[in-house]
Structure formats: structure tokens, C-alpha cells
Ligand binder design. Structure first.
Ligand SMILES: *[C@@H]1O[C@H](CO)[C@@H](O)[C@H](O)[C@H]1NC(C)=O
Ligand SMILES: *[C@@H]1O[C@H](CO)[C@@H](O)[C@H](O)[C@H]1NC(C)=O
Ligand SMILES: *[C@@H]1O[C@H](CO)[C@@H](O)[C@H](O)[C@H]1NC(C)=O
Ligand SMILES: *[C@@H]1O[C@H](CO)[C@@H](O)[C@H](O)[C@H]1NC(C)=O
Length: 340
């Protein structure tokens, strides 16, 4: 018995002799680490930037896409503390008839002061003297035109949408929701409000969302995008630009992101894709933002939010039918038509 015990003791001694160099190494490592920690701490106090990672440097405030155009026409008081929704229609300078049609149809809520809804038309500049005179006249009458000094052109639509973000960020932060749309869209405003009020997130973009879209590489296409303009394989998740809605809480970050994001001419991909990704604004899909042309009937528009490709006559027809109290629709028929 005793013998086996002493054997165990000897064994233990052997183990402890083996351990001691190991713990010396541990002690050494610990000291080195502690020293590094202290040195780093001193360096940090001397120069806080010395420890920042490349990622942090990437999000510093470098303005690559400034937006410092001046206002030719502005209505700073178009929003007030009651404003719930501001709808911004991007339109061409000479589209007088389209603006008139919108004012008389779905945009009429904008002129009803009890609706708490504001409708504004956003244009650039560079038209003829005559056109500009007419625009001044139109603006005097309706007080719903915002005009900035950049050249109004298809290639400049991203600048126009950035102008919208800037305007809301400056003059309409009290509103709850915003809508960006074009002058060939019909918007079912009550349906839009319903969809917006259902949202639970603080910051969001709501629209028809595209996922994994590819830049068009065919040179003949209207949307041809050379790799020098966009180098990634796929576009980020983005909303169709025909109409998208957003919470006004998302606007300041989205606008700031646009100042720091290289200009890209496709407005929807730029604002709701690239800038929204940078600002980490979620993009939510809603099927009822139709980016194609549904039937030109009140019934088709009764169950959706927006429809594309409408002429002045189309808008008037849809609106008249939607307001008709005798309108009888069979929504299942509409769904059936969509399926087949
Ligand atoms: C806009 O900002 C850029 C860069 O900050 C500056 O170079 C340019 O002169 C400005 N333009 C106007 C019209 O203020
Ligand atoms: C507009 O806002 C006012 C004040 O918040 C409110 O009393 C009124 O009910 C609102 N109108 C509509 C149509 O929501
Ligand atoms: C001013 O605008 C209104 C509404 O668009 C139009 O009816 C009127 O003819 C215009 N007047 C002039 C002088 O352009
Ligand atoms: C806008 O578009 C026109 C023509 O497409 C172009 O010449 C101009 O440089 C663009 N940018 C601005 C800021 O006007």
C-alpha cells in the first residue's frame, strides 16, 4: 500500500516539474498581451484614429454627390404640423396637361386643407423662356410646383429624386409618409394610406421590390449600363421608381446617404437600391404597387395602389369610375385575369 502511494507522489512531482515551464510560457504570453494592451491604450489616447478599422474610414463624411442647386420655385410652407402624407410627382417642365389631370383626379386631395395631404410637382430647369413663363403662371395659381436649377432631362432623374429627399428633409420633416411617383401614374390614395398605416417599422421604403436584377449589358437598350457606371454583378434590392412610398423618418438618413453615394442615373436603383442599402433602410414589397398598366377601369384600381402608363384621358376615366357609388366590381375576376 505504502509503496504504491509513494509511487503516486513521485508521479505527481514529475507532472509538476513538467508544468512549470508551461506556466512560465503562459506568464510570458500574458505579460506580452498586457503590455500590448497598455501600449495600444496610450496610442489610442494620443490619436483616436490609429485604432479605427478600414470600415470606419469608409463611412466618414465624404461628399461625392453634392446637391447644391438653387430653388427657382419653392413653397416652404406646403407642409405643416398636420401633414400626414406628402406626395411628390416627378414631372417634365412641359407636362402641363398631366399636372392638371392629377390635380383634378387623384391629386385633388392635396388641395383639400382638411385632408392633411400635400401634393407637389417637382421639375428641373432649362426650358424655353415661354415655357418658364407658363410655369411661373401655373405656380402662382396652384402653389404646388418646386423647381430646382439642374437641367431637366431623363438622364437627370436621380438628381430630381435627390431634390425630393432634400426638400422633405428641409421643409417637411413633420409629415409621416412620403410618396415618390411620376406624372403617368394613377394613385389610389385611400389604398396607399391603408397600406402605410399597416407598416410597423419606423423606417421603410414600400413599393414593388426587385431582387437580383442585373445591369443591362446590351448597348442598344434604353437602360444600357456600362461596367464603369456600375461594377457589381447585380443591383441591390430596389423598388420600382414608378411609385414608392417611404416613412419620413427614413428621409434624413436616405438624403445623407445620397450625398455620399456616387451618382447613378437610374433613379430607382440609385435611391431605393444603392442609397437605401447604405442607409440600411428596409425595402418592403407590396404587390399592389403595379408598375405595369392595369385595365383602365375603376374596378382594376379598386384593389391596387398604383398603375403605370396612364394618359390624361385614362386618369379621368379611372377617377370618375372609382368615385361612382354605383360601381360594382368582382375582385375575384381581376385576380383571375392576373393569374391567367
Ligand atoms: C456645389 O458644391 C461643390 C462641392 O462642394 C462646389 O464645388 C460647387 O461650386 C458648388 N456649387 C454651387 C452652385 O454652389
Ligand atoms: C387632420 O389633422 C387634424 C389634426 O391632427 C385632425 O384633427 C384631422 O382629423 C385630420 N384629418 C384627417 C382627414 O385625417
Ligand atoms: C396660366 O395658367 C392657367 C392654368 O394652367 C391657364 O389656364 C392660363 O391660360 C395661364 N395663363 C397664361 C397667361 O399663361
Ligand atoms: C443633366 O442632363 C443634361 C443633359 O442630359 C446634362 O448635360 C447635364 O450635365 C446634367 N446634369 C446637370 C446637373 O444638369
Amino acid at each position: 500500500m505504502l509503496d504504491s502511494n509513494s509511487q503516486k507522489d513521485r508521479g505527481l512531482k514529475r507532472v509538476s516539474r513538467c508544468l512549470s515551464p508551461l506556466s512560465r510560457v503562459r506568464y510570458c504570453l500574458f505579460s506580452v498581451c498586457a503590455l500590448c494592451f497598455i501600449i495600444n491604450g496610450i496610442l489610442y489616447l494620443l490619436n483616436p484614429l490609429s485604432l479605427t478599422s478600414p470600415e470606419r474610414i469608409d463611412i466618414t463624411e465624404t461628399i461625392v454627390n453634392p446637391h447644391n442647386y438653387s430653388y427657382i420655385l419653392n413653397h416652404p410652407g406646403a407642409c405643416n404640423t398636420n401633414t400626414e402624407l406628402v406626395m411628390v410627382v416627378c414631372t417634365g417642365m412641359t407636362n402641363f396637361g398631366e399636372r392638371e389631370a392629377i390635380r383634378n383626379t387623384w391629386g385633388a386631395v392635396g388641395r383639400d386643407t382638411n385632408s392633411n395631404i400635400t401634393v407637389l410637382f417637382l421639375i428641373g430647369s432649362g426650358g424655353s423662356e415661354d415655357t418658364q413663363k407658363q410655369i411661373f403662371n401655373e405656380s402662382n395659381i396652384y402653389k404646388d410646383i418646386i423647381q430646382e436649377s439642374f437641367t431637366d432631362s431623363y438622364r437627370n432623374l436621380s438628381i430630381k429624386s435627390q431634390a425630393m429627399l432634400k426638400w422633405i428633409n428641409t421643409f417637411c420633416l413633420t409629415a409621416k409618409y412620403a410618396l415618390k411617383t411620376d406624372d403617368d401614374m394613377y394613385v389610389n390614395v385611400p389604398n396607399l394610406l391603408k397600406a402605410l398605416k399597416k407598416q410597423t417599422l419606423d423606417k421603410f421604403i414600400l413599393g414593388h421590390i426587385y431582387v437580383n436584377a442585373h445591369p443591362v449589358q446590351e448597348k442598344k437598350s434604353k437602360w444600357y449600363t456600362p461596367i464603369k457606371d456600375f461594377s457589381e454583378n447585380t443591383y441591390p434590392r430596389y423598388s420600382s421608381g414608378t411609385a414608392y412610398s417611404l416613412s419620413v423618418k427614413a428621409v434624413p438618413e436616405l438624403y445623407r446617404a445620397s450625398l455620399k453615394t456616387k451618382h447613378f442615373w437610374l433613379e430607382d436603383i440609385y435611391i431605393t437600391g444603392l442609397c437605401a442599402r447604405r442607409a440600411k433602410i428596409p425595402r418592403i414589397h407590396d404587390w399592389s404597387f403595379q408598375y405595369t398598366k392595369p385595365a383602365t377601369t375603376g374596378c382594376a384600381y379598386q384593389s391596387i395602389i398604383t398603375g403605370h402608363g396612364n394618359t390624361i384621358q385614362d386618369m379621368n376615366k379611372i377617377h370618375k369610375e372609382l368615385l361612382d357609388l354605383k360601381l360594382k366590381c368582382f375582385p375575384w375576376l381581376f385576380w383571375l385575369c392576373c393569374v391567367f
